[in-house]
Structures are given as C-alpha cells and as structure tokens.
Design a protein around this ligand. Structure first.
Ligand code: BYC
Ligand code: FE
Ligand code: FE
Length: 475
C-alpha cells in the first residue's frame, strides 16, 4: 500500500515531493483554498474544536483516524486508491486495452470538462451549507455537518490535483475558477443547477445529503470506471468518504420521521396543523421537500438522450456504475427503451442507441437506490398505525434538464393540461409557509446530548462514542 506522507505541507500518497514543479504549483493554490474556506466555508466556527476523522490510509479498513481539530487545521490532502496492477479499459471501443496514466490528447477537453464539473460541486456544497452551524439541532449533528464540509473540501483537492498534474496551464486556470464561481452567485454561479439552490435549514441539508450526495455516489462510480487511471483511483477513494454523507441524510430524515410519529401517536392525529402546533414536522411537508430535492437531483444526470454521454462511454472516459456487473461492455449496437414526452399521447417509448441512453441508465439505477430509504420510512409509518405513505415522484416530474424539462407532468408522471399544472405545481413543492415553519424550528442546541424538539436522537454516536459526547467544543 502507498502510505500517506503527512510531513509534507500537502499530505499525499502521490509522491508530491518527487515533482517539485507540481508541488510548488499546488502549494501556491493552497493559501487560496484556505482563503476561500475562511471566507465561504462554515461561518464563525474556525476556533471550535471538532471531533473529525482524517484520512490516514487508503485501505478500506482503518483508513481514518479520529480526533479533535480546528477546521482550518484539518489536513486536506491528495489521496488516491492503490493502483490495480495491469488494469485494462472496462468499456467502450477500446475495451481490454491498457488504461491511461496520462491524458490522451484527443480526450483532453472532455476530461477537463468532467473533472471541472465534478470539482465545482464540492466547494459549492460547502458554500450552500455555510450558515447551518448556527442553527444545528445538536452537537452531534454539528459535528457531522463539519465532517461533510471538510471532506467536500478535500474532494475539491482531489480534482484540483488532477487539473494541476495533467492539464498544464489550462488546469491551473480551471483550479482558480473553482474558487471564483460561487453557489447562487447571479454573475458567476456554480455549474449545475442543484448546487445553486439555497440550503437554509437542516431538513434541506438532510434532503441534500440523501438525494444529492447520492447523485455524487453514482457520478463518482461512473468516473471510478474511467480509463484515465488517476481519475478512477481518486474517485474510488472519494467514495469511501461519501458513505458517511449519505448516512447523515438517511438517518437525519429517519430521525425527523421518528419524532413526528411520536407526536402523532401522542396526539392521536395526523392533522398537519396539530403536528406543527406540537413543534414537529408534518409528513405532507416532508413529501414536498422530497419532491423538490429528488427532482432537482435527477437533473444532475443530464439529458435522457445524450450524444455527450455516448461519446464519453465510447471513448472509455465515463462508464456505468459497477461496470463489471454488466454482461456486455461495448454497447455498440444495442438500444435502450426510454419514455419521452409526446405531444399527442403524453409519453411514448423510444428506442435510443444504448450509448446515448447512458445518462438515463445511470439515473434509473440512482432512482432505485433512492427507493430503499422510502421503503424503510414507510414501514415505520405503517408500524406506528398511520395510513400516510411517502413516495418518490416520477422521474418526469419537475425536471429542468433533459427531455422532460418544463413538461406539464404531475408527481405520478402523468401529463396534465398546462393550466392545471401551473395551478397545482406550487402545492407539490415546499410552500413559503412550509419553509417559514421549518425555519421557525431551527433553534440552536449546543448542550452535549440534547436534541432540538423536532428531531429524535440518533441511535448511536460517532466512532462508538456516546450520543452525549462533546463532539464540538465551542470556545
Ligand atoms: N444543471 O448531454 P447532457 C457530487 C448541462 S454530485 C445545469 O445532458 P452530459 C456532490 C451539461 O453540462 C456529482 N446544467 O449532459 C454531491 C451540458 O452542458 P454543455 C457531480 C446541466 O454532458 C453533493 C448540457 O447540459 N458530478 O459530487 O451527458 C455534495 C447538456 O448535456 C445539468 C458530476 O456531475 C444540470 N443539472 O452530462 C458535493 C460528474 N445537467 O456541455 C458533491 C461530472 C446537464 O452543453 N459531470 N447540464 O455546456 C458529468 O458527468 C456530466 O457533465 C453531467 C451531464 C452528468 C453533469
Ligand atoms: Fe464530494
Ligand atoms: Fe458528499
């Protein structure tokens, strides 16, 4: 195993000291990153001592160590999963040939675009979440937020390393731009839609980490298959960190529902007004938040029929998640059936060349993965004796990108008259009153072990510690 060098200014397992020019370039970027972090990272918690994990190896077992650190002192570094000896290209036209250790000239701009797009999301999410520390429902949650934030910062490092190491001057310029675009900035926004949406409350954070970090999981899995081996290796290690982000989302929503059901049982009603009066989040509100964050995250997979996707698959740049589990990897002549909007019938099944349908193939795998949480949540609601069920809206609903963008479709996926759609859409998404109510619940709780009243405590703490452990020492 390649060990991590923590004596360098930039911790790494890529022998940075062996390439002085690259090391200098990255050491030049490092203070800019830290400047960005202090300006647009978590607001006001620079002096807090946080119980965080830091990568110390790239083995699946024991890859992280835990301890109290101030976030600005976190050791952001460059960690690639160990190389797979004699790895060959796993899909596309060059199937079976050796993978690339450097960027083939003809794929340079495509690879740069994908790395920049991936890299852009990481700091964007930190910017979106920067004010949440002030309204955390517990120290346990505060710590999880900061853990996610420092790791998204590290994911930016992962992409910036590739840009600096493999794309020369263009790459260095792109690395600067990654710190210049800002989430929600009217003049210079982040690249992808979801990463410009505000995350103003913790319910949105849990939705984002459940739905949007899960898009991250699927996109990283696609890039982990890449023939550009340094990209594949860096994404493989990022996926190790990613699991915790989705855990925060899934357990966060689970805890919200647990508290809501407690109140519903106490009051013997599912009336939203009564649930709200008791300080808990009603299930219809939760459904509207799901509708919003899920549909927004579906857009992150791109168009249903995409020549970009066909090209990146053909060229071996971006594969399918867990490519090895498919029986055929070239996909030259196959077709995939995809539902597309149809002016007369509402929807029609189109035969799309398999490679052009790759975005949709990945989106469907993602949609299935999203279902697992909903099944679990519905079981708890059923066990509590209530008829309400949460559901994922159709992948056609509320889309802004792709074939279904701006179509008049209800949450079940049925095309409906435009006029009815425009009338009903606001009621399918978080209402102004929903957001205001959720905001009213966001009171800061910082006593160790205490939870805000709208959320149940977690089942266990972090790294076998008690829930009441002082995860963040505020000064
Ligand atoms: N918003 O053929 P199309 C994560 C653009 S999340 C705005 O449909 P393609 C994380 C697209 O760029 C994972 N624009 O798309 C999570 C293209 O633009 P150009 C992030 C969009 O190229 C939580 C045009 O529409 N990783 O890590 O096949 C916290 C039509 O292109 C959107 C990646 O995204 C959108 N939603 O695929 C922290 C992986 N969707 O070139 C982190 C890298 C599409 O015509 N990116 N467009 O100007 C990719 O693989 C691809 O760029 C996409 C789109 C999947 C995004
Ligand atoms: Fe990330
Ligand atoms: Fe993440």
């Amino acid at each position: 195993m390649t060990s991590i060098n923590y004596t360098d200014r930039i911790p790494n397992n890529v022998n940075l000291a062996g390439d002085r020019q690259l090391q200098r370039a990255l050491e030049h970027w490092q203070p800019r990153f830290l400047g960005w972090w202090s300006e647009l990272g978590p607001s006001d918690f620079a002096a807090a001592d946080c119980y965080l994990r830091t990568a110390v190896g790239v083995d699946a077992q024991g890859w992280a160590s835990y301890g109290h650190v101030r976030m600005p002192d976190y050791r952001w570094g460059i960690f690639l999963a160990d190389p797979e000896p004699n790895r060959t290209i796993g899909f596309g036209d060059a199937f079976g040939q050796p993978v690339w250790q450097s960027v083939p000239g003809e794929y340079r701009s495509t690879l740069r675009r994908l790395i920049v797009t991936q890299g852009d999301t990481e700091p964007a999410s930190v910017e979106q979440q920067r004010l949440l520390g002030h309204i955390a429902p517990s120290l346990y949650d505060l710590r999880n937020l900061f853990q996610i934030n420092v790791e998204e910062g590290r994911h930016l490092w992962a992409m910036v390393y590739l840009l600096h190491a493999h794309f020369g001057r263009d790459g260095r310029e792109e690395a600067e731009e990654l710190l210049a675009r800002h989430s929600g900035d009217a003049n210079n926004p982040r690249i992808l839609g979801t990463f410009n949406e505000p995350i103003d409350d913790w319910l949105s954070l849990y939705m984002f980490t459940y739905f949007t970090d899960r898009d991250g999981k699927y996109q990283l899995k696609c890039l982990a298959e890449s023939s550009f081996d340094p990209l594949a290796r860096t994404c493989r290690f990022m996926l190790t960190e990613e699991a915790h982000h989705m855990f925060v989302g899934e357990t966060g929503i689970t805890r919200v529902i647990a508290r809501t059901l407690e109140v519903m049982k106490e009051l013997k009603t599912d009336d939203p007004a009564a649930v709200r009066a008791a300080g808990a989040i009603d299930l219809p509100l939760l459904q509207r938040y799901i509708n919003f964050w899920y549909s927004s995250s579906l857009d992150l997979f791109g168009a249903e029929d995409s020549s970009n996707a066909a090209a990146t698959f053909a060229n071996g740049i971006k594969g399918r998640p867990d490519e090895a589990t498919y029986s055929e990897h070239v996909c030259k002549d196959g077709v995939t059936e995809i539902a597309l909007p149809d002016a007369q019938a509402g929807a029609r099944i189109a035969q799309v060349p398999q490679r052009n349908a790759m975005n949709e193939t990945v989106r469907q795998a993602y949609a299935k993965d999203c279902e697992t949480g909903l099944k679990r949540w519905n079981r708890t609601i059923e066990r509590a004796g209530f008829d309400f069920r949460l559901s994922l809206p159709s992948t056609r609903f509320n889309r802004k990108i792709g074939a279904w963008a701006n179509q008049s479709v209800d949450p079940a996926g049925n095309p409906i008259p435009r006029e009815r759609f425009e009338r009903e859409l606001p009621g399918w998404l978080p209402l102004a009153a929903d957001k205001q109510f959720v905001k009213s619940l966001m009171q800061r709780v910082v006593e160790p072990g205490k939870m805000a009243a709208w959320i149940a405590p977690p089942e266990r703490g972090i790294n076998n510690l008690a829930v009441s452990y002082e995860y963040v020492k505020l000064s």
